[in-house]
Design a protein around this ligand. Structure first.
Ligand code: SF4
Ligand code: SF4
Length: 203
């Protein structure tokens, strides 16, 4: 599993949820087709009259998520870039996605504007594996987000976290250690450590 594999999952699912923020700071989400996934970028388009377009032009931060039939989930958080060669990219998108011709026949396609996401954090999460499997990737130097929990040197080795972890992904040691690739980020260990040795990685 690598960055391109994750983007290809989004392309194969095709209909993904794309979230932006509106002018009042409220989250907005809609289903958008992932039109292409190549060279570690995904491509999509939207019409200039849509609120989605207005929101992207005001604030190009974007989050995308989708799950496939094998319960492999992709979460992507990054920056949408409007592509300068509008006609070239819209023609290319229509060539790769011929069903678009029935929605926007003939020249009406040029009301659409092409975008790509080439700068993002990607999370892959496979709920079908036991223990679950997760991986993180970044594209184009996007700042890596630390999530989940880690165990500090304050650990006294009581073993409580290891016993209660639903994924059995904590190993004994000094200190005990969370296998990050298998962690649900549920927080059960964090809430139950008697000496508060388990810390949230994002703070
Ligand atoms: S519950 Fe806390 S002190 Fe006990 S092993 Fe886990 S991290 Fe260490
Ligand atoms: S956050 Fe949940 S899944 Fe992850 S190590 Fe703690 S108890 Fe286990």
């Amino acid at each position: 599993m690598n960055t391109q594999d994750c983007l290809q999952i989004l392309r194969d699912v095709k209909e993904a949820a794309f979230a932006t923020v509106d002018e009042k700071g409220a989250p907005q989400v809609r289903i958008i087709d992932v039109m292409l996934a190549e060279n570690e970028k995904i491509y999509f388009c939207t019409a200039r009259g849509k609120d989605f377009y207005t929101q992207l032009m005001r604030d190009n931060h974007i989050a995308v998520t989708a799950v496939n039939k094998d319960f492999q989930m992709i979460k992507l958080s990054g920056i949408a870039e409007k592509l300068p060669e509008q006609k070239y990219w819209i023609d290319r998108i229509f060539k790769e996605n011929p069903s678009m011709n029935s929605v926007y026949p003939n020249e009406s396609r040029y009301i659409l504007e092409p975008f790509c996401i080439a700068n993002a954090n990607i999370e892959f999460f496979d709920l079908n594996k036991k223990p679950i499997n997760r991986k993180n990737f970044t594209i184009r130097n996007h700042e890596k987000q630390k999530k989940g929990f880690e165990i500090s040197v304050s650990c006294i080795g009581c073993g409580k976290c290891k016993k209660i972890c639903p994924q059995q992904c904590i190993s004994s040691g000094k200190p005990y250690e969370i296998k990050q690739n298998h962690c649900l980020h549920c927080g059960l260990c964090f809430e139950n450590c008697p000496v508060h040795a388990i810390k949230k990685r994002s703070v």
